[in-house]
Design a binder for this molecule. Structure first.
Ligand SMILES: Cc1cc2nc3c(=O)[nH]c(=O)nc-3n(C[C@H](O)[C@H](O)[C@H](O)COP(=O)(O)OP(=O)(O)OC[C@H]3O[C@@H](n4cnc5c(N)ncnc54)[C@H](O)[C@@H]3O)c2cc1C
Length: 399
């Protein structure tokens, strides 16, 4: 049993972070990904200090610094009239307070950095075109089948297979997901295609009526990433991710805000994601199986913490496996250790979404005025996010 590898399903953010952390501890691990190649989707990601501390401690400081942006400020504005509600300092303050920076990066850059680092250590442990079909937990191993009919045996299976996880489905056969009536539009635009006015804007969150629009530079200011969330009655199709078209995107964000209009006008092919209702998934572990990241706890993207918390899971689990072992008790400990923080993150993300989307004019006036006044007095975002950003997955005491 000792010789059988730990099997990771999914080469996304959580799977690659976990794979790299285990490899660095000389643990026998293999990663199986259903796609034919590593993810190349154009989209941005916020890596807050709780995530950048992980990348730095995995030895990736130089690489991430060479590709990502470290925003100085972030602004919150009223979508309809452009009024500045808050301008908060991010870096400098972040690095001073939490020791690690806040990055905004191209998602595929982060994934490629992790992928390359794994390949540098061992180029024979990631397998593409392997979609998990089923697995069976035996007394001393787990037997795994893929859609291409290959079979393998491992000592443990770790589901890093994202939302609609196959491993999660086996651990939680009755769990269902429900469309939340919110979609997220996403896209990346070449900075050179935008006007000087838009190019010079800091990362901005435009808060509208039942919608919000976020944009920030990535790739050393060569690209601009945007995310826009809006309400929708139905989500058609099996996949939570689809290509959309510019006309529908325009319909969702109208011609109210000239910055948003200009960004939309310059997008080539927007992507859209259906956001699904986030009920807490009850079982993250069984005897020889465990789920982490979106597979265990999908969350609304409005705090930018899904990927960061997936990396936290990966490091905590890798430490438990290497410093202790993967008995069922330790796996249960993993779930218990993570649950409280994750539930709080999920709640905080939903709260942000509600604030960003407020429609009621009186409530909106109160919230926007509160933001405006508080912003003048305190570094609101950093204070509010301190409990998230200060978490260091490599240092936090476990067991
Ligand atoms: C609009 C939007 C904006 C976001 N912004 C941020 C942000 O700024 N910061 C942040 O931290 N998070 C953000 N997130 C969330 C973040 O993208 C996710 O939380 C993160 O990608 C989860 O990583 P993961 O590894 O758990 O899952 P994924 O990244 O989904 O990876 C899962 C992998 O498993 C593979 N897979 C799936 N099923 C199988 C199978 N059966 N067999 C084999 N392989 C399989 C998939 O192909 C994929 O490669 C955002 C999300 C959205 C929708």
């Amino acid at each position: 049993m000792k010789n059988k590898p730990i099997i990771i399903i999914g080469a996304g953010i959580s799977g690659l972070t976990l794979g790299l952390a285990l490899l660095k501890k000389n643990i026998n691990v293999q990663i199986f990904e259903k796609e034919k190649e590593i993810e190349q989707r154009g989209a941005g990601i916020n890596i807050s200090p709780n995530g950048s501390s992980i990348l730095y401690n995995l030895g990736l400081e130089e690489k991430i610094n060479s590709l990502a942006c470290k925003p100085k400020n972030i602004e919150l504005r009223n979508f309809n009239n452009g009024l500045l509600l808050a301008r908060q300092n991010l870096n400098n303050s972040c690095e001073k307070k939490f020791k690690y920076p806040f990055f905004q990066a191209q998602r595929k850059d982060v994934i490629n950095i992790l992928f390359d680092e794994i390949n540098k250590i061992n180029s024979e442990i990631i397998f593409f075109g392997y979609e998990l079909k089923e697995f069976e937990e035996k007394k001393d191993h787990v037997s795994i089948k893929f859609n291409n009919n290959d079979k393998i045996e491992g000592s443990l299976i770790i589901g890093c297979d994202g939302i609609n996880s196959k491993v999660g489905e086996v651990l939680n056969p009755t769990a269902t997901s429900k469309f939340s009536n919110i979609i997220a539009w996403r896209g990346v635009i070449k900075m050179e295609d935008l006007s000087e006015k838009v190019r010079s804007l800091p990362p901005t969150i435009w808060m509208g009526n039942e919608k919000h629009f976020v944009h920030y530079p990535i790739r050393k200011n060569n690209l601009l990433n945007f995310i826009g969330t809006a309400r929708k009655d139905v989500w058609l199709g099996q996949s939570w991710h689809q290509f959309g078209n510019k006309e529908d995107l325009k319909k969702d964000f109208g011609n109210v805000n000239s910055t948003v209009e200009e960004i939309i006008e310059n997008i080539d092919k927007p992507n859209k994601w259906g956001l699904f209702d986030i009920k807490f998934i009850k079982n993250w572990v069984s005897r020889r199986a465990v789920i982490i990241g979106d597979a265990a706890h999908p969350m609304s993207p409005s705090y930018g913490q899904g990927g960061n918390s997936a990396m936290e899971d990966a490091i905590i689990l890798s430490r438990l496996i290497s410093e202790h072992n993967y008995s069922k008790n330790n796996l249960l400990y993993f779930q218990k250790f993570r649950e409280k923080r994750i539930k709080k993150l999920q709640k905080s993300s939903l709260r942000n979404l509600k604030i960003f989307h407020i429609k009621n004019p009186i409530l909106k006036f109160i919230i926007h005025s509160g933001l405006y006044i508080l912003n003048k007095i305190i570094p609101l975002i950093l204070i509010q996010s301190s409990w998230i950003y200060k978490f260091n997955a490599f240092k936090v005491g476990i067991k």
